[in-house]
Write a protein that binds this ligand. Structure first.
Ligand code: FE2
Length: 247
């Protein structure tokens, strides 16, 4: 059964269950970035995700030199706390952690110094950039990651104004074989109408390899449910998404 027909079969039910089993983008380790602030908040969100059909969450706190200087140690110790709480609360979901690297100077230094990056699945690395201006080292960073054998995953490309306005750059990023990760909540219009429209364009061009919730708090779950009503939500699920290969 295709993902689309699965969804169609489910949509008459009052509670929709997604055919997505793995989420690869969220901020569900308390107190280390702008995501959840307490373990309890995380558990409430994870219960909702179980109800939606998720079986595994690869959570990705920010690593950003100035605002959130996380390390594998800060992330993994928070992960251990969440794992224990999930087991205690008997929530049937698996949790792993990677990170969402912001492309700043420290990221380039990390690559140049051969410091291992936090990856998930088959050597995937999630990265983000500033929203307004493309960082001068976007091409350098993605090239270096690829040369070192990583598979760069471009977090929420639909949110970058510089990309929305620059078809040539979009084509170049596609040619670099980046894996585009769309935020499902973008389809609800929660960021802006242009972001929603750009999401739809990326889906129409079949450029999306992964989808993510980018869940920071319960508000994102509400937006996710709103997005589920969009026809592009059904459309993106019918692409050859890689999420479920990571179960
Ligand atoms: Fe994020």
């Amino acid at each position: 059964m295709s993902l689309l027909s699965f969804f169609k079969n489910k949509k008459t039910q009052t509670t929709s269950v997604l055919p997505l089993e793995v989420d690869i983008h969220s901020h569900l380790i308390p107190g280390i970035d702008d995501g959840i602030e307490s373990v309890e908040q995380g558990l409430d969100i994870l219960r909702e995700m179980v109800d939606l059909g998720y079986k595994k969450v690869i959570t990705t706190p920010h690593t950003m030199m100035e605002a959130y200087p996380n390390t594998p140690e800060t992330i993994n110790s928070g992960l251990a706390v969440m794992k224990a709480a999930i087991a205690e609360a008997q929530i049937p979901i698996e949790i792993e952690a990677a990170t969402e690297y912001f492309l700043d100077e420290s990221f380039i230094e990390r690559l140049d110094n051969d410091e291992p990056l936090m990856t998930f699945g088959d050597n995937y690395v999630l990265f983000e950039t500033s929203f307004m201006n493309a960082p001068p080292f976007l091409k350098e960073a993605t090239f270096k990651m690829t040369v070192k054998g990583y598979k760069p995953v471009y977090a929420h490309p639909e949110r970058y104004i510089y990309l929305l306005e620059d078809d040539a750059l979009l084509e170049e990023m596609v040619d670099r074989s980046l894996y585009f990760q769309l935020n499902l909540v973008s389809l609800s219009g929660c960021y802006s109408k242009p972001v929603q429209k750009f999401s739809e364009k990326l889906i129409d061009k079949e450029l999306v390899s992964f989808v993510g919730t980018d869940c920071h708090n319960m508000g994102h779950i509400d937006y996710l449910k709103r997005s589920m009503q969009s026809k592009y939500f059904k459309k993106v699920l019918d692409l050859n998404l890689l999420n479920n290969t990571l179960l």
